[in-house]
Design a protein around this ligand. Structure first.
Ligand SMILES: Nc1ncnc2c1ncn2[C@@H]1O[C@H](COP(=O)(O)OP(=O)(O)OP(=O)(O)O)[C@@H](O)[C@H]1O
Ligand SMILES: [Mg+2]
Length: 298
């Protein structure tokens, strides 16, 4: 299957700021791809480039087989980048009508997308009277007007309350369950874990990892509580990467080797009070990857 989005060595520089620094990214047809990273990581900048809003400084970018911003590509892409802009004094419906007219989309499509984002009841109210969640949902409705193959959403749950977030996540999962491909950004790990098939983690403009969400979840490690801890840490380093976590050590090693790990520790005169396997939370993976990245840079 050909990738819908193919980015290689993407770089965007703003003066002295390297907002995006050599990013590689591939989005496959039909998947929901989560672009995950903390504030200032370069998510919005990357998505802006993919939608043709800004030009990259360097790198290769292919979207739906073409250049971002080409009319053929734009017509097949729907996007919501940062807060969507609508006329405040017009109703949601009239805002969509204007957009539909501009994009030569048939009127009936408007009812369809309003229904999909659950705004039919409030469609005739002025945009300015909408709650933040409703505004975001109208933004998604606008992104869907052209029945796009690829939907790009920049932090679609940003600023929403828990109920609004839940509705938005449900909507995105629904979008992604058909033939559509969704690329969304988020700074929430749990969210990406809930919605996405695959995740690319970006920190300080650089991709630090790209994984199937399932693989991340399934990844296991051993939790070890032992004294003296420093000696335990150096012994455990022989098995795999070791990270300190509160007063335990976490070793990236196949948990089936637990007995062997225990024996080696005890033979080194180390007292082991706890040894168990655990699933690595995406939070931990993310934290490790981003702090390692910082350590490399600093
Ligand atoms: N137009 C601009 N001019 C100058 N610097 C910019 C511009 N846009 C973004 N930057 C800088 O590029 C870096 C990446 O910003 P970007 O908005 O892409 O991050 P983000 O991952 O979307 O963050 P957030 O989670 O806060 O939305 C930041 O350091 C930001 O200050
Ligand atoms: Mg952003």
């Amino acid at each position: 299957m050909d990738a819908l989005v193919e980015v290689t060595g993407l770089t965007k520089r703003y003066g002295d700021t390297l907002a995006v620094d050599g990013v590689d990214l591939t989005v496959l047809p039909g998947e929901v791809y989560g672009f995950l990273g903390p504030n200032g990581a370069g998510k919005t900048t990357t998505l802006r480039i993919l939608t043709g809003l800004i030009a990259p400084t360097s790198g290769e970018v292919r979207v739906l087989g073409g250049m971002p911003g080409q009319s053929g590509v734009l017509g097949r892409t729907g996007s919501m980048i940062e807060s969507p802009a609508f006329y405040p004094y017009l109703s949601g419906l009239d805002n969509l009508r204007l957009l539909a007219e501009y994009a030569a989309v048939p009127r009936r499509k408007i009812d369809e997308v309003l229904d999909l984002v659950d705004l039919t009841d409030r469609a005739r109210d002025r945009f300015s009277t909408y709650s933040l969640g409703m505004k975001q949902r109208l933004g998604v409705a606008a992104a869907l007007l052209k029945d796009p193959e690829l939907v790009i959403l920049d932090e679609p749950t940003n600023g929403l309350d828990p109920a609004g977030m839940r509705d938005m996540r449900r909507l995105i999962r629904e979008l992604g369950s058909g033939g559509r491909t969704v690329l969304l950004s988020s700074h929430l790990l749990g969210e990406v874990q809930q919605i996405c098939d695959r995740v690319g983690i970006i920190a300080a403009g650089r991709m630090v990892a790209e994984h199937n969400v399932e693989d991340l979840r399934a990844e296991q490690e051993l939790v070890v509580r032992a004294t003296p801890r420093d000696r335990a840490q150096s012994v455990l380093a022989g098995f795999g990467a070791v990270h300190r976590y509160d007063d335990t050590l976490r070793v990236q090693v196949d948990p089936r080797r637990a007995a062997e790990v225990n024996r080696v520790l005890v033979e080194a005169g180390i007292e082991v009070s706890e040894l168990r396997s655990t699933e690595r939370a995406l939070e931990d993976v993310f934290f490790e990857l981003t702090t390692e990245e910082k350590a490399d840079v600093g």
